[in-house]
Design a protein around this ligand. Sequence first.
Ligand SMILES: *Cc1c(COP(=O)(O)O)cnc(C)c1O
Length: 387
Amino acid sequence: MSSKKRPVNTICVHAGNLEDEKYGGATSPIYTSTAYDYRSEGTNLYPRYFNTPNQVALGQKIAELENCEAGLIFGSGMAAISAVFMAFLKTGDHIILQRAIYGGTSHFVDAEFSNLGIEYSFVEQINSESLKDHLKENTKMIYIETPSNPLLEVVDMTVVSAFAKANSLISVIDNTFASPINQNPADFGIDIIIHSATKYLGGHSDICAGTVSSSQKHMDQIWKTAKNYGGSLSDQTVWLLERSIKTLGLRVKRQTRNAKKLARFLEKHPSIKKVNYPGLKSHPDYKIAKAQMHGYGGMMSFEFKESINHNRFLEELQIVKVALSLAGVESTILAPTETSHSLLTPQQRKDQGITDQLLRFSVGIEEVSSLIEDIERAMEKSRKIAK
Ligand SMILES: *Cc1c(COP(=O)(O)O)cnc(C)c1O
């Protein structure tokens, strides 16, 4: 794709908006109709066909943000992910997936693919050797998520796209954690880019949505499947998502800056055993992250030393909210062993490096000094008394 991209905040504010031709208003009008005159020009408009004015306009904004030709808006991240799988995989096909992907995605694969006769291989470490080891004659797709949840592992997108091209596979990425502000996989040759727009794109913990960006050719095929599954987003929410994305650049840059400061603070703290943040030089994938990300994002995880009672720590927090999900303007924190990764066996968690002491932190836009104060105070209060 062309790398001539408009500045990102200009895209966020202006790309793909609808003109208010009647009154000259500054924002896109909302078209809520589910019934349109079928004699008008062009294709029939219908919300489940992903082609109402608001759906199409927001698709263009997403496409431009990801430097792609086409964009489609879905009712959730999982609606987007499942539509992409179903558009390209059929009985007898094989897919290679990164092991550390979103729990909902791996559950979809485990629950649905066997019924459909689709073979799959989860791969622990994605690199050219492991990909070669898992390639089969019937492999059609490779699916990655970088940075990953909750350990923020980074996969080299150039390796993945080169391997996909050499073997005629479709490469797909879940780009949710980085957001289009910090990472544009199309620039590295990845074919299809998915977001759970419930996260950074929505950004206020009040919208459930998903997006897909790709070439027009791939999108034509995704659309044909997507309209059958019916996972489109209502125009009211499409409009709200458009409004949220206007501040995406501002929010994510601030979250990224806060996260970097927090990661440095935590890394130096005597009660912290380990911080997982791709922007730290101590992170094993720091060099890859530096080469492919514009910024290192607002997500991190860390482990306390045994001297801190992490349950007590969570109770003592006053500003940082204990909550599922991520990427809102407010900082949130969770324990993966009790939430996103609770269905894994203790051994599986241990193999993946997910300990009971690990906490995943989604950094918000608050003043970073308030966050540090909150964390320090909660740590002090949750120190175990030495026996
Ligand atoms: C939340 C999430 C999803 C699923 O999105 P929904 O909007 O909940 O369907 C997919 N991938 C990642 C990385 C996520 O965080």
